[in-house]
Design a protein. Structure first.
Length: 494
């Protein structure tokens, strides 16, 4: 027996590799994952630097001055500023956004909300320190698009070509350029995260949106700047950021912009057409009850009396499932299609009524909002009488106590700053105390008036200003002076 056990052990050892091999083949067949192939290829992500070098010269930093009240900000909008109080005429806000040139003659795109109600617009082009005045040519609040024009004789401005936003796919790389939080010409890169985001108002404003969603960094100050594809074409205008989110920004697709541009240039606004209905979306239960195979389309809740839909025979309870042959995936799509189709155009709607499909012809009419929207005013030019646009009084004891200034501080206290004037543009604010101009001490209001009146047109006055506990250096450019204009306004230029 002792002799047989070693032989048995040897036989068992000989069988072990075969058993393990069989077990291994079973395990391979039941693997819980797939190993990568021996040869792998990574997606190449090129540097965006050549693209930025080529296109950044056409990106604008947009500065605006406009009446402002904190209540006018949309809900959840990030704080912006600075705000300058202005006695008698309400506060003014100095805003900063972005834009980009689209023609060599100086036409540029930005957001409506960047230039809305602006009394003054200036831009810096690329990395140039020079500021150029600009005016609003046309603007559309519903889509947040504005066309501006640089006021310059130059006709060879750098431009960014407009691409095709319809061919963008989720996952495509994009680049955003703008001035987030005042950090001018900042560049961020990301991807298209989503398309056709319509049922949102990310800045608290309702509108006719068809946003591209991107995770490229978009923050306050990016508004109006370009969203670029990897070919260096603008595929969107950066417009909005969700203040409660991280990495969720929105841009207006450039193809929508193209459809609006001709009217913005020619008429100053976009005239929308409409069907004349109130609509809502569908859920699965309602769709089933109406005999629809799926919850798609726009349910007509109300037909406006004597409107296009009423004249065309559309009825409450109808479900519009296609517009000119284009299927309506959700109710938010219909106002976009109807609004851009054109006033006076006859369109055909595919409608589900009582479980049966029918066609309804509608002659589109002008949207009632068109009559209420006048062309946007041109940016207000500062007065050309050569005055510095401020009123001052001699600093007294009450002022020193209120402003917490020492008893030995003397100067000219600013009581009023005119919006758009030279002092406003330089950053002077009410209750600033001017203590020195160039090398001359200013102890009273007449001291300042005499120094300012003696300054020549185009001169740069170097002011020292007390503001609270700080002393600021303020360069103030004297505008061209017209003595007749100043006299007509009853002012002494200063």
């Amino acid at each position: 027996m002792r002799r047989r056990f070693p032989q048995l052990a040897a036989a068992s050892a000989a069988l072990l590799p075969a058993l393990l091999l069989a077990a291994g083949s079973t395990l391979a067949a039941e693997a819980l994952w797939t190993n990568p192939p021996a040869r792998r290829s990574a997606i190449a992500i090129p540097s965006a630097a050549p693209l930025v070098d080529r296109l950044e010269p056409a990106v604008l930093v947009v500065f605006t001055e406009a009446p402002f009240s904190p209540e006018s900000l949309p809900p959840s909008h990030p704080p912006i500023g600075p705000e300058l109080p202005f006695d008698g005429e309400g506060p003014e806000l100095r805003g900063q956004g972005a834009g980009f040139l689209v023609t060599a003659s100086g036409y540029a795109l930005t957001n409506h909300h960047v230039v809305e109600n602006a009394t003054s617009i200036t831009v810096r082009v690329g990395d140039s320190p020079d500021e150029v005045k600009a005016t609003v040519v046309g603007s559309d609040e519903k889509t947040d698009i504005a066309l501006i024009q640089l006021q310059s004789a130059r006709k060879d401005w750098p431009v960014i070509p407009l691409g095709d936003s319809d061919v963008l796919k989720v996952g495509d790389f994009v680049v955003a350029i703008g001035s987030p939080f005042g950090l001018e010409q900042s560049v961020s890169i990301g991807i298209i995260s989503g398309r056709s985001r319509r049922d949102i108002a990310p800045s608290g404003r309702a509108g006719l949106y068809d946003f591209l969603q991107t995770d490229a960094g978009i923050n306050p100050g990016n508004s109006g700047g370009p969203l670029l594809n990897m070919y260096g074409e603008a595929v969107g205008i950066n417009s909005a950021v969700n203040a409660a989110a991280n990495g969720i920004g929105f841009a207006i697709p450039i193809n929508m912009v193209k459809r609006l541009l001709p009217q913005l240039k020619e008429k100053g606004r976009f005239e929308r057409s409409w069907i004349g209905v109130q609509i809502t979306g569908l859920d699965a239960d309602v769709a089933k009850g109406l005999g629809l195979p799926q919850p798609r389309g726009a349910l007509v809740r109300e037909v406006v009396p004597e409107g296009p839909a009423g004249k065309g025979g559309l009825l409450p309870g109808d479900v519009i499932v296609a517009f000119e042959g284009k299927p309506i995936a959700d109710s938010y799509e219909l106002p976009l299609l109807a609004g851009e189709a054109g006033v006076g155009k006859s369109v055909k709607l595919d409608v589900m009524r009582d479980g049966k499909q029918t066609k309804v012809a509608i002659l589109l009419e002008a949207h009632p909002d068109n009559a209420a929207k006048a062309a946007p005013p041109a940016a207000k030019e500062p007065d050309k009488d050569g005055s510095l646009g401020i009123s001052v009084v001699s600093l007294d004891a009450d002022d020193r106590e209120r402003l917490k200034l020492k008893a030995d501080v003397a100067g000219a206290r600013v009581t009023k700053v005119r919006p758009g004037g030279a002092s406003f543009r330089a950053g002077i604010a009410p209750d600033d105390v001017i203590v020195k101009v160039d090398s001359a001490d200013i102890r009273t209001a007449p001291d300042f008036a005499a120094t300012a009146t003696a300054a020549k047109s185009g001169a740069l006055l170097k002011l020292l200003v007390r503001r609270g506990s700080s002393t600021l250096f303020v360069p103030l450019l004297v505008p061209e002076r017209d003595a007749k204009a100043a006299a007509a306004k009853g002012e002494t230029p200063r």
